[in-house]
Design a protein around this ligand. Structure first.
Ligand code: GDP
Ligand code: IMO
Ligand code: MG
Length: 423
């Protein structure tokens, strides 16, 4: 039985949380494979909005098992806050949420190191969510990290101390003014670790293998987006994990030939939060409208998201790298009322017109080439059938499908679970 993947194709916040929630009824297991609490996945139903950071977006469905895979980095403090937010929903957490022994832990000093590193970079800062993601993955690849499974060892606090001491020395090395009270942070961390230790901690690669043998249906939930991938994104303005399809194999222990559908999800326009190149970014009325109507504020940090037109060059690149088999277009409702919709189909680059993503996509190197399409005036938020979509939106969809050579199987017209149209 194949493992399906759901991945963001842009700079994150495409609406992955909403769609995982919508798709969960078709699956037995939802498994997060990378990233950590830098993610903010929003789900809306029954008039309630939920934001998840570490916990997979299938948690509200009674039958689904949710797995936090080995590729994820967990901050016990944030994780416990998420659990507390779920308390009132009467979810069988021990039975429905399983955590990999091999997932790495974000220590309080990882967060401090993130802050110190960003402060030291000054104007060149990444615009990190400051959740300690980069430093934790650095310790993972540097073979110094602490994993959930270490908490089962008697002497885990000694290991913790040695690592935290090293981090403190590194914070001093940065020579920036970071105020902190480590004692307080540690008290909060140790309390959260005790709660984490009571969770169902498993060898998730073994669990997922057995589930595949038993023909269970598994959906892997990505975090961030392809343009934030550590290898293929707009480096160094990226996150520290592989957000692309290959990351699901390493982040869950799923073999490449076990991957089935690859759902690629994108907004009808584009957004980015944090620093880094964004060729189609708008600084005009249209950009302001997208931000306002789309309510474009980060689900984790509350920062305003930068907005711009859809970048087909970047989107094609993401579709290829991930081997996307089905596309899902989000937030089509946000563009309603716009006279013209623009799509970037190429760049002016070093005196030439190109249709691939060059090494340097900073604003000073590339100027987008746009195709203009007619907009649609109809309010989409109450629609439920593909036959009700306005003609000009169908033309926009048809144009994108032709360019991307992958069908758009779902159109999202609002944040609620029900505002989802299958095609
Ligand atoms: P994720 O990180 O990919 O899960 O996405 P986020 O939750 O960070 O950001 C997506 C935002 O758009 C959330 O506030 C969603 O509630 C909202 N959203 C999702 N789909 C739609 C849609 O089709 N239309 C509108 N207007 N909002 C949507
Ligand atoms: P979801 O899963 C959007 C961005 C940050 C910053 C860069 C590095 O909700 O789509 P990090 O904290 O990883 O060191 O930040 O990546 N970023 C995201 N942007 N959505 C996310 O997750 C993001 N996670 C990280 O803004 O530019
Ligand atoms: Mg998000």
């Amino acid at each position: 039985m194949a493992v399906d993947l759901l991945l963001g194709l842009q700079w994150g916040d495409e609406g992955k949380g909403k769609i995982v929630d919508v798709l969960t009824k078709h699956y037995d297991i939802i498994a997060r494979f990378q990233g950590g609490p830098n993610a903010g996945h929003t789900l809306e139903f029954d008039g309630i909005k939920h934001v998840l950071h570490t916990i997979p977006s299938g948690i509200f469905h009674e039958k689904a098992i949710n797995v936090v895979g080995n590729g994820v980095v967990i901050d016990p403090v944030i994780f416990c806050k998420e659990l507390r937010n779920l308390e009132k929903f009467n979810i069988d957490i021990p039975g429905r949420l399983l955590i990999s022994r091999k997932a790495h832990l974000i220590l309080p000093t990882h967060r401090l190191l993130d802050a110190a590193s960003e402060a030291a970079k000054g104007k060149a800062k990444i615009g990190s969510t400051l959740k300690g993601i980069g430093p934790t993955y650095m310790d993972k690849t540097g073979r110094n990290g602490m994993r959930v499974g270490d908490l089962e060892l008697d002497r885990w606090k000694e290991k913790y101390r040695a690592l935290a001491n090293k981090h403190e020395a590194m914070i001093h090395f940065y020579d920036v003014d970071i105020q902190y009270n480590l004692k307080e942070l540690e008290a909060e961390f140790f309390a959260a670790v005790e709660a984490l230790k009571k969770m169902s901690i498993i060898d998730s690669e073994e669990y997922l293998y057995q589930a595949q043998q038993a023909k269970k249906k598994i959906l892997a939930e990505g975090a961030q987006g392809s343009m934030l991938d550590i290898d293929f994104g707009t480096y160094p303005y990226v996150t520290s994990s592989n957000t692309t399809a290959a990351g699901a194999c390493t982040g869950l222990g799923v073999a490449p030939n076990a991957i089935g559908e690859v759902y690629g999800i994108f907004k009808a326009y584009a957004t980015r939060v944090g620093s880094g190149p964004f060729p189609t970014e708008l600084f005009d009325e249209d950009g302001a409208t997208m931000a306002r109507v789309g309510n474009e504020f980060g689900a984790t940090t509350g920062r305003p998201r930068r907005c711009g037109w859809l970048d087909l060059v970047a989107l094609k690149y993401a579709v290829r790298i991930n081997g996307v088999t089905q596309l899902m277009m989000m937030k089509a409702d946000v563009l309603s009322g716009m006279e013209k919709i623009k799509v970037c189909t190429g760049y002016h680059y070093q005196g030439q017109q190109i249709t691939h993503l060059p090494y340097n996509i900073e604003a000073e190197n590339v100027t987008p080439i746009y195709k203009e399409l007619a907009g649609w005036q109809k309010d989409l938020t109450g629609l439920s059938k593909a036959s009700e979509l306005p003609e000009t939106l169908n033309q926009y969809i048809a144009f994108l499908e032709k360019e991307l050579e992958v069908p758009i199987k779902l159109v999202s017209v609002g944040p609620d679970r029900t505002q989802t149209i299958e095609r």
